[in-house]
Design a protein around this ligand. Sequence first.
Ligand code: PLP
Length: 446
Amino acid sequence: MAQSNLFYQSRLGRPMLDRAEGIYMWDTSGKRYIDGSSGAMVSNIGHSNPNVIAAMKAQMDKSTFGYRLHFQNEPAETLARKTAELMPDGLDRVFFVSGGSEAVESAVKLARQYTLTQGQDSRWKVISRFPSYHGGTLGAVALTGYDPLSKPFAPLFQDMPKIAAPLCYLDRDNLSEDERGLKYAELLRDKILEEGPDSVLAFIMEPVGGASTGALVAPDSYYSRIREICDEFGILLIYDEVMTGAGRTGKFVASEHWGVTPDIVALSKGFAAGYAPLGAMVAKTPIVDAVLDAGGFMHGFTYAGNPLACAAGVAVLDELKRQDLINNAANIGGVLKQELTGLMDRYPFIGDVRGKGLLLAFELVSDRTTMSPLPKDFNAFNRLVDLAYERGLIIYSRRTRGGYEGDHFLVCPPLIVTREQVNEIMAILTESLDAMADEMNLQVVR
Ligand code: PLP
């Protein structure tokens, strides 16, 4: 094959996509794949939804671009209204962007401008967690706790303070779940005191971890204590719901699971579900008003509020509602989690199954009691993905422990997935795990 002019991370070639429908995708040779990871946890309503496509076509016949400083547009207004209606009370001002990194950057910049309006110029540090992923732009990389993706660029950005994310499944102590959640939350308090409370602007976290952690969920006690600590020091709480938002965890945003309202939320991925590049930052009114009253938000992107992208977004939110997909994520997610947990009987090398709704993951280990990872040169994180891909199932993987060893896999099909399709996914996954176990000489209880 002639060398492509296109390049991304590596020379890894993949088949040419032909078409996609529902949870299935086909390459140009006619081979079918189950989209078991919704791409990168994006295609929440499945592929080629006819209502979304019709809405986009209708918008294309009217206008595809209107610069936000020249025109307001109906799809952007409607999407902002519908988004605010779906968000927890108080989060009602919406700023559109084209992706997750832009949403995170926008959140941090809004937070900074807000504190300036409060006369708190000394606040600029944004504390984040390790591991975490917040995006690929330099500001978002500074917040990201995943060394392989941030280390090479370290001289280019101001590194931000990090605290350990609650990796409770690795803890070997005598604490209760609740106590562990509080233990991890106190790390934030300690870090704020260490950095100097007057220098800290915000704390950013993924309410359920994404690719870097493999769907990590903290104990319930963590979430409310984090909110209290932020309030104690006047620090803004930013939830990065780029992956968890738009119904993926069984609520519109994951913060609803714990009744905690952050000050600013970043959305993308499932928000337009792959139909258009779209994201949003949603903030509390007093924050936005303070910034606008003080002269305006010194920030924006050319494609923000693009009418075509917003028309797709409106149609996606309508489909979530029409098909009751958020409840489906909760219900079918429960079924899929149970099935994944069932794999632990057959494969002693699965150490943990975790997640919420249809943001689910499992992690491989060489020993369940110590939770030590498989030898890293087994490269299980790549091998299992390839074995499943050969068999027509797409799953998503990352290295677990700081990005350098350990293997976890996200199984996150579109929210339209049915019980029968869960069986299909499980059948291919089991075949692939068997094949990997044979290759790597890992124990299988058959
Ligand atoms: N934040 C989280 C939690 C993500 O999972 C991602 C992408 O994976 C991003 C931010 C960055 O989004 P994007 O790749 O659209 O810029």
